[in-house]
Design a protein around this ligand. Structure first.
Ligand SMILES: [Fe+2]
Ligand SMILES: [Fe+2]
Length: 301
């Protein structure tokens, strides 16, 4: 039968997957696309205004639950519910409360746009993993607590999403640090440290090539310190973005508590004392206090 198609066994025309989401193109025709989107639990995704008013994007939830904030209330949309965007004026940020599968229909081609962005992120992510296993796991751990802290600070969903990705990719610029420096056991020479100091700016440049360009500034600022003693820009106090202040605290804590080939990591208790010594000098007071509260709640302190 010409012009009639069917698919079985989870097949699709094209599929892109990363750790946080998966998108499959099931069918396309006349500019419209039918996709299956899966977002893993706890991750955010954004529905953005189209280039033209014609674009309509429709999502039918096949499984799972998503939420978004309207004023101060959380709205939940779950299995059997749907939402769609037409003539959208601003980004809508949604969160997957658990693993969500949606039928995604777009009246205009979007798959290649989305898939290229996802591919770029994947590349960056695997580049770091290849480079240094420590860096990779480190970013995951930092990410985990950053989001917990920001939720307690009542950050908006958009803010949370930016923080989520900046924490996840904050050290991505280390891809340009030569291995003999990155993996060197022990203290670095001055010249070697000059190399390391470039990684926040290199990280910004890398994410700026992707649709996450807005988080570049946060990544560039994650080694800045309140008293201006940080790098690469020597920013102070309010010149540093709050998201970067959060990453800075978690980054330092994780570095202190991690075992390295040449030394054993500190206990969380001692690392927290260390952070507290530098509150107001290096680290934001509010962030450190909330972090301490979370670690106590989790029985880690
Ligand atoms: Fe870093
Ligand atoms: Fe780091």
């Amino acid at each position: 039968m010409t012009g009639f198609y069917f698919a079985q066994n989870d097949s699709s025309l094209e599929r892109v997957a990363k750790k946080t989401a998966e998108l499959s193109l099931l069918a396309k025709g006349d500019g419209a696309e039918i996709m299956l989107q899966r977002v893993m639990a706890g991750n955010f995704f954004v529905v953005s205004p189209g280039e033209t008013d014609e674009l309509m994007e429709f999502f039918y939830i096949l499984d799972g639950k998503v939420s978004y904030k309207q004023q101060d209330t959380n709205i939940y949309i779950e299995k059997g519910d749907y939402f769609y965007a037409h003539k959208l004026k601003e980004d809508i940020c949604l969160k997957a409360e658990n693993e969500v599968t949606m039928l995604y229909v777009s009246t205009q081609p979007v798959f290649h746009l989305l898939s290229n962005e996802i591919k770029e992120l994947n590349q960056i992510s695997s580049m770091i993993q290849e480079k240094d296993l420590y860096t990779h796991n480190h970013e995951q751990r930092v990410n985990n607590y950053c989001v917990k802290i920001a939720s307690k600070m009542n950050m908006t969903k958009e803010g949370l999403e930016k923080l989520f990705y900046s924490a996840l990719y904050h050290d991505v610029g280390k891809i340009n640090v030569p291995d003999e420096i990155l993996l060197k056991p022990g203290a670095l020479t001055r010249e070697e440290f000059e190399y390391v100091k470039k990684h926040p700016t290199d990280g910004r440049k890398l994410v700026e090539k992707t649709y996450l360009r807005e988080i570049g500034e946060i990544i560039e600022q994650h080694h800045e310190r309140l008293d201006g003693s940080g790098y690469p820009l020597g920013l102070q106090e309010d010149e540093i973005r709050v998201e970067a202040k959060i990453v800075a605290v978690l980054d330092s804590f994780d570095a202190m508590t991690s075992d390295r080939p040449y030394r054993k990591g500190m206990s969380p208790k001692i690392a927290m004392e260390e952070l507290k010594k530098f509150v107001g000098i290096h680290y934001d007071k509010n962030v450190v206090e909330i972090f301490e509260e979370i670690l106590k709640e989790e029985g880690i302190l």
